[in-house]
Design a protein around this ligand. Structure first.
Ligand SMILES: [Fe+2]
Ligand SMILES: [Fe+2]
Length: 327
């Protein structure tokens, strides 16, 4: 994203020129700019209205040397939805810095997950979730620094949709540690991680966001989300993805839910997702708990959550995180 003019109001969000020049078709957002010599103005001026062909403005941008572009904040979801179709090109574009690609992918993916939580039965939303999963994997495979770069963007505030994305990013990172070079099955696994908490879309937000300890009745409602997710997605996603959705709360000790599976009764994929899930929950701020820093979260998982995870996978996870720190 380009730097923002200090006088530009917060109702506008800067967007990248690199990114803008790669788009084609009719834009789904109003585009604003500061004309040369007018940076002192309080607000940027309208350059192009939505539903216009962006190719018309790209020539003007090239000729005029315009550098700063903005959209209104309320148009961000439209902007991210629009650029979903271009992500594969942006990933391959060597002129776009890695950090900028990460931001685009992270924001587009959060947007897709929010939409699929709002309407999990929508075929269009599922197709978007599959596409963004492919793009996350493409990005992860394109550069060793991609996963650490995406992980740096993870918000410390908990939202179900960014949590699902973070779990997918951690899980793809762990997959790369455990199965280096293996691509078969990665898409189904990552899709399952993206959708792992989709069953929460059927649970009352009052319970999900309750700022205190849950009653045993409320906890038993929360514990239904893996089954709800399985039911919602049973006819729509492949078996490995369903397995992650249904079994990401199983524990190595057999004391997890919904099936109380033990040790190797739990699939390799569900074991990986379970580690990523707990780590992300511990390192984000929740209604009932402050965010732990990464080291404390790992310590909590190692010392206070004995029996939750398979030790071997946990060690891979520690390697992933230490690799991240070295970046
Ligand atoms: Fe969950
Ligand atoms: Fe989760």
């Amino acid at each position: 994203m380009n730097a923002k003019n200090p006088s530009c109001p917060d109702t506008f969000v800067p967007i990248s020129k690199h990114c803008l020049m790669k788009l084609y078709g009719e834009i789904a957002f109003d585009l604003y700019t500061y004309l040369p010599g007018e940076q002192h103005l309080k607000e940027p001026v309208l350059l192009m209205r939505r539903n216009c062909l962006i190719s018309k403005i790209q020539e003007i941008i090239t000729d005029s040397g315009l550098e700063q572009f903005f959209i209104k904040k309320e148009d961000l979801p439209n902007f991210h939805h629009f650029i979903e179709n271009f992500i594969y090109m942006l990933i391959e574009d060597q002129s776009i810095p890695l950090a900028e690609k990460s931001q685009i992918i992270y924001k587009c993916a959060s947007n897709v997950i929010r939409d699929i939580f709002a309407d999990p039965r929508s075929g269009e939303n599922l197709k978007r979730a599959e596409d963004i999963t492919s793009n996350i994997i493409r990005f992860a495979l394109s550069n060793d620094a991609s996963i650490p770069s995406l992980l740096q963007l993870s918000s410390h505030d908990y939202y179900t949709f960014t949590h699902c994305l973070n779990v997918a990013v951690f899980s793809v990172g762990m997959w790369q540690q455990i199965y280096p070079g293996e691509k078969e099955g990665l898409h189904e696994f990552a899709l399952g991680c993206i959708l792992h908490d989709i069953g929460k879309s059927r649970i009352d937000e009052v319970i999900l966001n309750k700022p205190g300890a849950l009653t045993s009745e409320e906890f038993s409602i929360i514990k239904k989300h893996p089954r709800y997710g399985y039911e919602l997605m049973a006819d729509s996603v492949p078996a490995p993805a369903l397995d992650v959705i249904l079994h990401h709360h199983e524990k190595h000790s057999g004391r997890g839910y919904p099936n109380g599976l033990k040790g190797d009764q739990i699939s390799e994929l569900a074991k990986i997702a379970a580690i990523a899930d707990v780590y992300d929950a511990l390192t984000t701020r929740r209604a009932y708990a402050a965010a732990r820093d990464p080291f404390k979260a790992m310590l909590t998982m190692k010392e206070e959550m004995v029996g939750h995870f398979e030790q071997e996978k946990f060690i891979f996870f520690v390697h992933l995180l230490s690799g991240k720190k070295k970046e």
